[in-house]
Design a protein around this ligand. Structure first.
Ligand SMILES: Cc1cc2nc3c(=O)[nH]c(=O)nc-3n(C[C@H](O)[C@H](O)[C@H](O)COP(=O)(O)OP(=O)(O)OC[C@H]3O[C@@H](n4cnc5c(N)ncnc54)[C@H](O)[C@@H]3O)c2cc1C
Ligand code: SF4
Ligand code: SF4
Length: 438
């Protein structure tokens, strides 16, 4: 199923609902329709002048992470360095929070603040990101923003995907030479794959992690299971303390333990195959990844290269930084997850916990389950397990090219190894000990 976002046929001058139009609106040009692709999150490339570039730009066709990591960061991930097998190449990871959180942001608004500073300091001509559709706050619409104050309208998380990269050509046509892009991993992969030929003078890439995305239409079905008045839900986040936080238009808030979510009522195809088999949870090709998984209630930054350091430095004294923590053990949680995914992928009903046990386990999980970096490692491993099992079941011929060697390495401890014809490269390359730091 495809999202409607960005299918407009006329140019929209679209201020957000609560902001007056003051002369420098978010700009969302008319877009060509998407070309048909089997596995596709409509990142926008198929709508550009040369749609055939999907063949070399798509993370769902034949991704080459180690080459692109080397091009972007100076070296590929080095499994001998702590956590690089899981999170990709990085210089440092920090727990972070803006001292004065931005209203309407998903967490404290670090992503927005970095982009604002880039515009304010005239380091870029424009920021390419997503705004909410005027008629649906959950539907992402790609926009080019040239004035820092207008980024306030883009804050927050929307469920769904939309053709962000279709705005690269309009950006170039407008004369923007220095660009910042805020994107999720499948968008950032294609952006990096084509970066050299796009010809921008400067490109800053601020990435967020992404998992369990679905179309905005399907997300509305989920909201309807959470509240009799789903239209009043203004915020939702799957937090690292095993709770979903929901906020409502009247200012009230609810926290639901994961175990008590109505997930079992969702149809098997609720999450599209793309998002069940996406191999880049942590946005390894961004200059800086801004997430929360390893943050234990705060934000979690992965600074990947010198440009990422430059982006973090833009926050100056506005940000509070600390060392990320790590606690608990992930293996049991990943094994339990794998058993259930194997049942689901095999068309069998999930093993359900008895209702009486759910509140007890829901109470225990934030206290004894994997926390901080261990939680992030667990989620990355779960995603890797899910990728292999779902592809094996639904598109086995794709495993060979779509699943990089490092993903096989992540699932190996759980007894998942490539079957005949499922892998082209035998194993993760030996660590480049002599490679310079990025
Ligand atoms: C679908 C989805 C799933 C995610 N899953 C995880 C996860 O599992 N673990 C994790 O640590 N983080 C995840 N994130 C990232 C997280 O929700 C926050 O966006 C991130 O931590 C930044 O917070 P912030 O306060 O700095 O962002 P803000 O300052 O509020 O800025 C958020 C930025 O994200 C952009 N954005 C919003 N929705 C989308 C979208 N659908 N596609 C592309 N860009 C969008 C906005 O335009 C804005 O520029 C996910 C994000 C998305 C969009
Ligand atoms: S590159 Fe983008 S548009 Fe092309 S197939 Fe992949 S996700 Fe779809
Ligand atoms: S889960 Fe992966 S494929 Fe799906 S939208 Fe997020 S980054 Fe793209």
């Amino acid at each position: 199923m495809r999202p409607d976002a960005g299918k407009g046929t006329r140019e929209r001058m679209r201020p957000a609902d609560d902001t007056a139009l003051t002369g420098a609106p978010l700009w969302s040009p008319p877009l060509a329709p998407p070309a048909h692709r089997d596995l596709c999150t409509d990142c926008g490339i198929s709508r550009t002048a040369d749609a055939a570039r999907c063949a070399r730009a798509c993370q769902f066709i034949k991704p080459d992470y180690s080459n692109l990591e080397t091009r972007v960061h100076g070296r590929a991930r080095d499994p001998s360095r702590p956590d690089e097998l899981h999170f990709g190449p990085f210089r440092r990871m920090v727990r972070a929070a803006l001292k004065s959180p931005l209203a309407g942001a998903q967490w404290t608004g670090i992503t927005t603040r970095i982009a604002e500073q880039l515009l304010q300091s005239n380091a870029v001509d424009a920021v390419l990101t997503m705004a909410p559709a005027p008629d649906d706050r959950w539907r992402p619409v790609p926009v080019l923003v040239t004035r820092a104050s207008d980024l306030a309208q883009c804050r927050g998380m929307r469920m769904g995907y939309a053709p962000l990269l279709a705005l690269l050509e309009p950006a170039a046509a407008r004369g923007y030479r220095r660009l910042a892009v805020i994107g999720i991993p499948c968008q950032v992969y294609a952006l990096r794959a084509l970066e050299a030929e796009l010809g921008f003078e400067k490109l800053y890439v601020i990435g967020t992690p992404c998992s369990d995305n679905t179309t905005t239409e399907r997300f509305h079905e989920f909201l309807a299971l959470l509240s009799p008045q789903p239209d009043t839900i203004t915020y939702l986040e799957f937090r690292a303390d095993y709770h979903v936080e929901i906020r409502f238009a009247d200012g009230t808030q609810r926290e639901i333990p994961f175990l008590q979510l109505p997930l079992s009522t969702l149809p098997g195809d609720f999450f599209p195959l793309t998002c069940r088999t996406c191999v880049d949870y942590t946005n390894v090709l961004a200059d800086i990844t801004v997430g929360y998984m390893g943050g234990q209630g705060e934000q979690w930054l992965i600074v990947r290269n010198a440009r990422g350091e430059e982006l973090l430095a833009l926050l100056g004294d506005d940000v509070r930084l600390s060392e990320p923590g790590s606690a608990g053990k992930r293996q049991g949680a990943v094994k339990g997850f794998m058993a259930n995914v194997a049942r689901a992928a095999g068309g069998l009903p999930l093993r359900r916990m008895p209702n009486w046990l759910r509140p007890i386990v829901a109470w225990l999980m934030p206290r004894v389950g994997p926390r901080g970096l261990e939680f992030a490692r667990a989620r990355v491993e779960m995603k890797a397990v899910e990728t292999v099992l779902h592809l094996r079941r639904e598109a086995q011929r794709r495993l060979r090219h779509m699943v990089p060697a490092h993903v096989w390495k992540l699932v190996e401890p759980y007894g998942l190894t490539p079957q005949a014809g499922e892998q082209t490269v035998a194993r993760v390359a030996d660590p480049p000990h002599d490679a310079p730091p990025p």
